[in-house]
Design a protein around this ligand. Structure first.
Ligand code: NDP
Length: 407
């Protein structure tokens, strides 16, 4: 098997393992000769002067392409001119994703590849054989509120999905310089022993035993997956570096790949936007119109998905470290208030709860604080507010239900 350590132009074994395009972009040539060819075809040396001179943006592998966060990362990447290969779990999902991009000029920059289960060893090998990537963004990971089988349904895909991907890149794709991993604030926060102020220096101390309890499984999966990624770097010293995006509860416009009226159903609304969906479908209102707003705890911080996407893009070239990504505080009461002010006329009188006499369960003076100055300085993120995020989430939900697409 090829290894990055032994990778040279002379190694015929490696020429067989590594896609020729990787040679093109990775070899520090002394003269103007470059290597060109397709996998399995004869390699020929031609002069650089014969090549088109237009500089191309670096190619990116994006995992979990149908997901909510990935949909916006894909927008950021294509807007910035990157060719992207997204992984999806089935051909049907891949076609749906491409269809949702079909009105955009960026659609010809996007291809999909099928990876049914990221917890399968070597699942990414064929893709890394067939393409030459400079960057990888790994968003795929199970995100639900409960799992029937914590280990197989959540922990394994999160942890093994991350380490197997890093291992495949390390073995097969020496052109990759940076892997950005979507971790979570769940890997940072340490309930119930909260810090006064959280930043990137903090780690959750959730244990493997706790991970077997449904309320801890997801947050444990994010902590162990991120730790596994940093350990991989220490143990294997690969050519690439990593950065992690530790975003908090994320709201905003739904995944573009849901923009297909024939297929769209409420079950497909991602976990973090589901409370907004419930609100605009009358679930926070009693039959008499009074409010039954669920408690906001345990998470009172949010971020807009477009800011999360921009953070991933900026992290491709920023210093390789953790980035805590938080836009501000929120509560379910505040979401209900915003939706009431912005959409009451649109949604009708029998959907939204009567907020008279309702109290906000967020108490800022008693709540821990967050420091996201690293993401502001190094990634250049200027965070959107709650109103914009909630408003645009609702607009996308209404458009998807009507079967129109959003731009
Ligand atoms: P989604 O559920 O929308 O996306 C998750 C993606 O991962 C989907 O494309 C899903 O594919 C894919 N996936 C899950 N399990 C597997 C598996 N075993 N094999 C292959 N693919 C798999 O969630 P989000 O977009 O919200 O989350 C994306 C990332 O962001 C996750 O890593 C999550 O932990 C992280 N995150 C999300 C936050 C949020 O509030 N949304 C907050 C902090 C972090 P399919 O849909 O086909 O099953």
């Amino acid at each position: 098997m090829a290894s990055c350590e032994s990778w040279t132009l002379e190694s015929s074994e490696l020429q067989a393992e590594i896609h020729p395009g990787c040679l093109l972009s990775s070899i520090p040539f002394q003269d103007e000769d470059i290597v060109k060819g397709e996998k399995g075809s004869k390699m020929t040396l031609i002069k650089a002067s014969q090549q088109p001179q237009t500089p191309k943006k670096e190619k990116v592998l994006l995992t979990g392409g149908t997901g909510f966060v990935a949909s916006h990362v894909l927008d950021s990447l294509t807007t910035n001119g990157h060719p992207v290969v997204v992984t999806v779990r089935s051909e049907e999902k891949g076609n749906r994703l491409l269809q949702s991009l079909s009105h955009f000029s960026a659609s010809n920059q996007v291809q999909y590849a099928i990876v049914p289960d990221i917890s399968t060893k070597n699942a990414f090998d064929p893709i890394l054989h067939d393409h030459c990537f400079t960057y990888v963004i790994h968003t795929a990971s199970p995100y639900q509120l409960s799992f029937a089988d914590p280990v197989n349904d959540c922990l394994n895909p999160a942890i093994k999905g991350t380490t197997y991907l890093l291992d495949s890149i390390h073995r097969l794709c020496p052109s990759v310089t940076r892997v950005v991993i979507t971790s979570s604030s769940a890997a940072i926060l340490n309930p119930p022993n909260h810090r006064d102020v959280y930043d990137e220096s903090s780690w959750s101390d959730v244990s493997w035993e706790q991970a077997m309890q449904p309320e801890h499984t997801y947050r444990a999966s994010k902590k162990f997956a991120e730790q596994a990624a940093w350990s991989f770097l220490e143990e294997h010293n690969p050519r690439f570096t990593i950065a992690t995006i530790n975003n908090t509860y994320t709201f905003g416009p739904l995944s573009r790949s849901l923009a297909n009226s024939a297929k769209f159903s409420s079950a497909e609304v991602n976990t973090s936007n589901r409370r907004i969906w419930d609100l605009i479908h009358g679930k926070w209102r009693n039959p008499d119109g009074s409010a039954c707003i669920p408690s906001t705890a345990p998470v009172f911080t949010f971020v807009d998905v477009r800011d999360v996407a921009d953070a991933h893009l900026a992290a491709l070239t920023a210093p390789g470290q953790r980035y805590y990504i938080v836009g501000g505080f929120f509560s379910n009461y505040q979401i209900a208030r915003i939706v009431d002010e912005e959409f009451k006329g649109v949604l009708g009188d029998d959907v939204l709860p009567d907020l008279k006499g309702q109290e906000d369960d967020f108490e800022e003076e008693k709540h821990w604080k967050f420091d996201v100055s690293r993401s502001e300085k190094e990634l250049g993120i200027r965070y959107r507010g709650l109103r914009e995020s909630v408003r645009d989430a609702v607009v996308s939900m209404l458009e998807f239900e009507k079967g129109t697409t959003f731009n």
